[in-house]
Design a protein around this ligand. Structure first.
Ligand SMILES: [Zn+2]
Length: 441
């Protein structure tokens, strides 16, 4: 234990990362600026630290070995250059558009072959008759996509290497903003965002934050071949906001869904996101009568218009199923999602739909379903968003949102064991951190 604590002490670090703050300000953009209270910014004095403990024991399951790299006379390696598509890459090898079409449309996984980027490599095999018979591609550092021609169709396999994971601890007191505190605690902007998203249903990180608020969290750090490649999920997070103490535990359900729950097993989130797009301003509110800017006559506006730059991602407001994806008159490109029996949400004037979005497709809350545009009757790029309960339009800004379902009763005992294990780990880390920062060593 003593050895562990002194190791922790050595690893306590502090690094202010002003560029991170800048990027967060840009990210928050006009919303944050617009909502910023009138108080002048305080000079931040941040106390933050992160410590690390030895890695957890390796998972019991054997890590999946990467498939062998295909070699041999039939296999050749192609490097993607700027402006290349899969077709233009394969054409000089005598592979025509119909073969490429057959390949990428035979399996959803193979659609990723249309995402190739300059500098990446692709292995292809071509038989004696000039037919494409195999493709191997790495969509990311951990993924390998392999396709082989079997008879007339393609068989695709996506395999993933396992990251080595290490549990890390970070804590910080907020004197200015959450993002500044996150930066001082040495956690990435991605992780700070994850933290903010976790508590976003209960805490407004612009208006509710007070000097002296603090957080601590356990999270995963990811390694490949001994090299740190990024941060994984938050495992547990605690947030002290004014006189409230909020706690969230990451839990993977038996069905494989990852949820963040409080100690009672209730979900941290609501069933719907209030605002499905990062907008710069609300350009039109919900009303039952207003003059339409293009049609120039009084018409109800049964949704909210969020002005945002063309191409801004639009997120699914809740878990659901696509029941419409296409053109609908003045609405232009429209997606309608059904959420259970009672709720539907509608997203209009999209520039385009996200890859794979089609009728019948299931989507998760927060998943990008399309991009802001000005299709249909629109004076400029914006998202027109509607929220309906039993087919009746409701104001998306004010409609009470139901809480997402928590843990299933038959899984509660399992969850409590996992949550209490995390709690004990958090306590251990926090004590080590306190000792490390005192004069004991
Ligand atoms: Zn509208």
């Amino acid at each position: 234990m003593k050895q562990l604590l002194s190791a922790a002490g050595r690893l306590v670090r502090q690094f202010p990362r002003t560029h991170l703050l800048l990027s967060m300000i840009l990210l928050g953009g006009v919303i944050l600026i617009a909502l910023q209270p009138d108080t002048p910014p305080r000079k931040a004095e941040i106390q933050a630290k992160t410590i690390t403990l030895p890695p957890r024991p390796a998972p019991k399951s054997e890590p999946e070995t990467a498939p062998p790299v295909p070699t041999g006379p039939q296999w050749q390696t192609l490097t993607v250059k700027s402006g290349d598509s899969l077709s233009s890459l394969l054409q000089p090898l005598g592979i025509g558009a119909s073969q490429v079409y057959g390949l990428i449309n035979s399996d959803e996984k193979l659609e990723r072959l249309t995402d190739i980027r300059p500098g990446e490599t692709l292995k292809v095999s071509i038989d004696d008759s000039g037919r494409l018979t195999g493709v191997q591609y790495h969509p990311s550092r951990v993924e390998t996509l392999t396709a082989r021609l079997r008879g007339a169709g393609w068989e695709a396999r996506l395999s993933q290497r396992e990251y080595q994971k290490q549990t890390r601890f970070a804590e910080a007191e907020i004197t200015d903003s959450l993002f500044l505190a996150g930066a001082a605690a040495g956690i990435s902007d991605k992780l700070t965002m994850q933290l903010a998203n976790l508590f976003a249903w209960d805490v407004d990180f612009v208006l509710d934050i007070r000097k002296g608020d603090r957080f601590r969290l356990l999270y995963e750090e990811l390694y490949l071949d001994g090299e740190k490649v990024g941060e994984g999920d938050i495992l547990m997070a605690e947030f002290w906001n004014q006189d409230r103490h909020l706690t969230a535990f990451r839990y993977e359900t038996r069905s494989g869904d990852v949820e963040y729950l409080d100690i009672k097993g209730d979900s941290m989130r609501k069933e719907f996101i209030r605002t499905p797009v990062a907008f710069s301003r609300i350009s039109s509110r919900f009303s039952l009568g207003r003059k339409h800017p293009i049609l120039n006559r009084i018409r109800a506006h049964k949704g909210i218009d969020y002005a945002a730059p063309s191409g801004t991602p639009i997120k699914a407001a809740g878990d659901g199923k696509v029941i419409f994806a296409g053109v609908k008159g003045g609405y232009g490109n429209v997606i309608i999602l059904r959420h259970g029996q009672v709720y539907t949400t509608l997203y209009a004037h999209m520039r385009s739909f996200a890859r794979g979005i089609r009728v019948g497709k299931r989507v998760k809350q927060g998943q990008t379903i399309g991009y802001v545009g000005a299709s249909g009757l629109a004076t400029g790029p914006h998202l027109h968003y509607e929220f309906r309960i039993n087919g009746v339009h409701r104001n998306p800004l004010t409609v009470p949102l139901p809480k997402a379902r928590g843990i299933n009763d038959n899984e509660r005992a399992e969850f409590l064991i996992a949550a209490n294990r995390l709690k004990a780990q958090m306590t251990l880390f926090a004590e080590a951190s306190t000792l490390a920062s005192s004069d004991v060593f």
